[in-house]
Design a binder for this molecule. Sequence first.
Ligand SMILES: Nc1ncnc2c1ncn2[C@@H]1O[C@H](COP(=O)(O)OP(=O)(O)O)[C@@H](O)[C@H]1O
Ligand SMILES: [Mg+2]
Length: 455
Amino acid sequence: MAKTSTVFVCSECGATSPRWLGRCPSCGKYNTLAEEAVTPIAQRPAAKSAFTLPRAQRLNSVTYEKYDRVSSGISEFDTVLGGGIVPGSLVLLGGDPGIGKSTILTQIAANLSQKHKVLYFSAEESCSQVKMRAERLRLKYDDLLILNGNCIDGLENELDGVEYCVIDSVQAIYTDDLSSSSGSVGQVRECATKLMRLAKSRNITFFIIGHVTKEGALAGPKVLEHIMDTVLYFEGENQENYRILRAVKNRFGNVSEVGVFEMTGEGIEAVSDYSGIFLSESRGQEAGCSVTPSQTGNRCMNVEIQTLIARTGYGTPRRMSLGVDYNKLTLLLAVLEKRCGLRFSDRDVYVNVMGGIKLTEPACDLAVCAALASAYLDIPVDKYTAAFGEVGLTGEVRAVQYAEKRVQECVKMGFKRVLIPAKNMKSVSKYADKIGIVPVLYLSTMIKNLFPKEG
Ligand SMILES: Nc1ncnc2c1ncn2[C@@H]1O[C@H](COP(=O)(O)OP(=O)(O)O)[C@@H](O)[C@H]1O
Ligand SMILES: [Mg+2]
């Protein structure tokens, strides 16, 4: 194939330049030029076919092959994919370094290699490193193919008969069509496009590992996510054992599915009974803890929130939050101070959610406030009491989604009392004989209920 030439294109305004420039001469934005390959029109395979465009046909007359989903051997992974792997699809798996991306895909590759031809293309680790991992995980890898390299231009020659291919990682591979180094926007985009063509033309399923930036987004251009059929994120704290797998895009399934995994010495295992894993043993003894039934994807899990309040030594008070948005925390502190008279302006506040879970939904507000009030008043919240509800700036508690599911989960976990938004009462009244349901209209009502002596 003739070597393609390249140009640098501004991602903001589309201006082109033959060289890389730090600042786009057209729109003046910095760091927006990325390399792109250009094929001369004469060499473009599409050029001829422009005249031989197929005739339009009725959608009704289009035929397609029915695909059967294939199990990856890890049930939770299948669930997140929407019921198994769709042959010929592109799956991107993103996550922090060390979270276990290579581990889970080595496991899946070994599982699939029992019945299919599978290639593990490792651009980050040597073949021996991959073998060491496979041995440590005690996998059956006799028929698994391994290839170590960075340039993907010759990859198609190795793909004869291969049905599944793992690429570890998209930031470490490159194509000779572009002169920029691997990991650059241009390279990531070009390589992903090449893999997509291979996947669609030869019906190979690609699992592609992608890195995330410091902010937690997938590194590389947004185009990368557009090309993929499924985009998965692996989340969790590195030191914690639990991991959550979430689909953010899925052409073949529901994105609201999440998978819960445990990282063990023998690899990543699906956790089928996840109730109670995000709760501590000492709950109810110390002040500053509360429990909320949190809806993550399609699942409802009881999660414990822990807070600590200390007198500020000097200067401005510190606020530190893991698992709850920082701005949300400062907002809730202000509401508690103004509407309930709890003064936090001379206290340091620390918040942590168990198990490295990130509570993003507003329904966790009430439980965060309960934990903060408990820490402030130095009175523990009862062990078998949970709370959920959104807190407004006026101190009112607003209705939330999935109230019934949340109450159900509390009943299942043996909780005795649950504080819920007053407006959600109707939908959950049928559980009144199984659990004490306390309607809460204002934040101050919650404090009166949880800490009667103080209120
Ligand atoms: N020899 C080992 N024994 C136990 N756990 C290990 C060992 N080596 C690595 N790990 C675990 O595997 C994790 C790295 O997983 P890996 O799949 O390489 O992550 P990623 O590919 O997402 O960067 C580490 O966080 C570590 O906890
Ligand atoms: Mg890795």
